[in-house]
Ligand binder design. Structure first.
Ligand code: ATP
Ligand code: MN
Length: 507
């Protein structure tokens, strides 16, 4: 700062030279950002001019061209000063050596960068000149066989400190992309072998460390959220325009991770403004739990045996799609399927402004609303059974959402047809959950689980005890089994759903 004030004051001074062109200005002006910018523009050769940049201390220089920093200004002025010093030094060196065949170098007197110590341990450096093409470092120009270039006193060997330093600087570009080497590469900065090797060692350790961290992260996202393959599929959906953007995760459940997304537009497809992405988990132990549902579902029986676990997970997603489609057709409030891609199901979002509708468990309904909800649930269960030919099989206050004054059914990937070998048992379990919940919620009209079962199924099972009731159910299931076996292949079609995105990159 002082130097600027001094130089501007010099105009008024009796010793000031007449050819100073810079107009006088106040200290405030000097401090001003505008002036700083101007100075910087005038000295825009900083990054290309070797004399200027070689003395630049990269450890303190701000990365961007932030001219508001006093430090920056000071450094620029220091560089200006150093440049002049070095130019003068070079002139003196030239004068000293004259035409003599033996020349003395003044190099040691130049303004040296603190990093530029003169240690020349060469052991770890491979000598590749990459300075002129930093973007093609793999194919550098080879060092001439003779080991030196130039003639007479201008001879430069591969061990020349300046050449080595520059090579080392250019080699910094070989460091991993996450290593910030600053502007060093663009400048004529000379890194000694010692410094270069230390930096390289540091980068390698850092890389290994971050690889370990990354591995951990990758692992945890695969567990809690999604793996990299799934992420790619999700990006693809955004790229195709089906989704405009995928937001945060709404839920990480036992079997899936659900995301909120903003709908885009894709060909004729009507994509709602808000979407939910259900990503089915692809871990094997989860899949084991689902096996009983899908293995015995005659709709999927033939396909099941031929598939690998990953494809079975997709089948699971497909199952949810088909079931939702059936429900929608019957007019049951449920998410509308938009598209299915492998194990990712895109459906309409139940909720508003990224906030998912509360589960019945959390909805805190008034006594009037809870009663309304109860009657609606009973009606939906009947519809599901009779019109959709489905049993939810995981129906509870956790899989029913309260939205727009009504109950919405979700999570139907495990839903089966009533003729599933365990279909009626599943229905009974659903009835027990529903009856218990609404009774506890104070709905006096709520039927007992037995009554509810008979109402939904249209069966007339009568029994005093739960064990006996279940025994009767199981007998019925066994009777059904033969019948189901006989009609298996005829009934099921996979075409009752919305589009399946082509599995182009199937593995
Ligand atoms: P859980 O093991 O918790 O039952 P899950 O793997 O069976 O989870 P779902 O029940 O389908 O998956 O979804 C988990 C949660 O995500 C739901 O409880 C609900 O809060 C939310 N959710 C799922 N689908 C939607 C949707 N279409 N709109 C809004 N929220 C949804
Ligand atoms: Mn659920």
């Amino acid at each position: 700062m002082d130097q600027v004030t001094v130089s501007t004051k010099a105009v008024k001074s009796p010793w000031g030279t007449q050819n100073v062109t810079a107009p006088p200005c106040s200290l405030a002006d000097v401090m001003s950002e505008q002036l700083a910018k101007q100075i910087q523009e005038e000295s825009s050769c900083f990054t290309t001019c070797p004399e200027l940049s070689e003395n630049l201390d990269l450890t303190t220089l701000p990365k961007d061209n932030d001219t508001s920093s006093d430090l920056m200004l000071a450094q620029m002025l220091q560089m200006e000063f150093d440049r002049e010093f070095d130019t003068q030094l070079r002139r003196e060196e030239k004068k000293f050596n004259g035409d003599s065949k033996v020349s003395i170098s003044f190099e040691n007197y130049r303004m040296v960068h603190p990093f530029e110590d003169s240690d020349s341990s060469e052991d770890e450096v491979d000598w590749q000149d990459t300075r002129h093409d930093p973007y093609r470092l793999e194919k550098p120009t080879t060092t001439p066989k003779k080991g030196f270039i130039g003639k007479g006193k201008n001879i430069t060997t591969k061990h020349d400190e300046v050449v080595c330093g520059r090579k080392n600087t250019a080699r910094m570009d070989n460091f991993a992309p996450e290593v910030h080497v600053g502007d060093g590469i663009g400048m004529d900065l000379k890194l000694s072998n010692h410094v270069y090797n230390a930096l390289k060692r540091h980068c390698h350790t850092e890389q290994r460390r971050s690889a370990r961290l990354h591995e951990k992260k990758e692992h945890s996202t695969a567990e809690q959220a999604v793996d990299s393959k799934t992420r790619i599929l999700m990006y693809k959906m955004v790229n195709m325009g089906i989704l405009e953007n995928i937001n945060g995760c709404i839920s990480t459940g036992k079997e899936s991770v659900v995301f909120h997304a903003l709908g885009g537009s894709f060909e004729e497809m009507i994509v709602p403004e808000e979407c939910a992405l259900k990503v089915f988990k692809t871990t094997l132990n989860e899949f084991k739990n689902r096996e009983e549902y899908i293995k015995d579902d005659y709709r999927f029986k033939d396909r099941f045996s031929k598939l690998n676990p990953r494809k079975i997970i997709r089948l699971w997603a497909e199952k949810e799609m088909h079931n939702l489609t059936r429900m929608k057709k019957a007019g049951i409030p449920c998410p509308e399927v938009i598209v299915l891609k492998k194990h990712i199901l895109v459906m309409s979002f139940i909720g508003r402004d990224q906030v998912p509708a509360p589960k019945l468990k959390e909805a805190m309904l008034s006594s009037e609303d809870i009663k309304k909800a109860y009657y609606q649930v009973v009606q939906m269960m009947q519809q599901l059974f009779k019109e959709c030919n489905l049993v939810h099989a995981d129906l509870s206050e956790y899989n029913m959402l309260w939205h727009d004054g009504q109950v919405w059914l979700i999570d139907v990937s495990q839903s089966v047809e009533p003729t599933h070998p365990h279909g009626l048992e599943f229905l009974f379990r659903d009835c027990r959950n529903v009856a218990t919940f609404f009774q506890k919620a104070g709905v006096a009209e709520a039927m007992s689980m037995y009554e509810l079962f008979n109402t939904v199924s249209g069966l007339q099972i009568s029994s005093e005890s739960e064990a006996d009731f279940l025994a009767q159910i199981e007998t019925m299931e066994k009777m059904n089994e033969d019948h189901v076996q006989r009609r298996s292949k005829k009934v099921f079609t996979t075409c009752d759903g919305p589009p399946l995105l082509s599995d182009d990159d199937d593995d």
